[in-house]
Design a protein around this ligand. Structure first.
Ligand code: ZN
Length: 151
């Protein structure tokens, strides 16, 4: 799929895939959530350390394809130090971007996933970690699976 993506975007995704940021367990996490994308085999677990509404620290572990790992890695980079509301807003933007290709507002580095909408099988890989972080913030203990919703 990478042939069609912008070279710079491709490099960022490959970099985060090979060397995921914040890739470790967090024993003292305030909350965590698991995500599973059975279509591709992506599995991940996110850990959050909250300070009120603020995400003081965030990390993840798991295995999966390059898109799912890079997405989780970039998510943790974005979310660290942000408020719950910031993450909810960005979830909306990322979801729109990976499903329709429309970029609403500033998505920063997450723009690397703008081309994913052209590859429907990859949309779930890109959005998996975002569903997991939303579940963690809502305190939803059930593992998230991409098969439970449309995208
Ligand atoms: Zn995948």
């Amino acid at each position: 799929m990478f042939d069609e993506l912008n070279d710079l975007y491709q490099q960022v995704i490959l970099d985060h895939c090979k060397q995921p940021r914040n890739f470790h367990e967090m024993p003292a996490a305030s909350c965590s959530a698991q995500g599973h994308n059975p279509l591709c085999g992506d599995q991940l677990k996110l850990f959050l350390a909250l300070d009120g509404d603020k995400i003081r620290d965030i990390s993840f572990i798991g295995s999966g394809c390059c898109i799912s790992k890079a997405s989780a890695s970039l998510l943790t980079e974005f979310a660290k130090g942000k408020n719950k509301a910031d993450v909810e807003q960005m979830f909306g933007r990322v979801h729109e971007m990976v499903t329709t290709g429309k970029v609403l507002g500033d998505v920063g580095k997450l723009a690397v996933f703008a081309g994913v909408h052209k590859y429907p099988a990859r949309v779930k890989c890109a959005i998996l970690s975002w569903h997991a972080v939303m579940a963690a913030l809502k305190g939803d203990a059930k593992p998230v699976t991409t098969e439970s919703e449309q995208n």
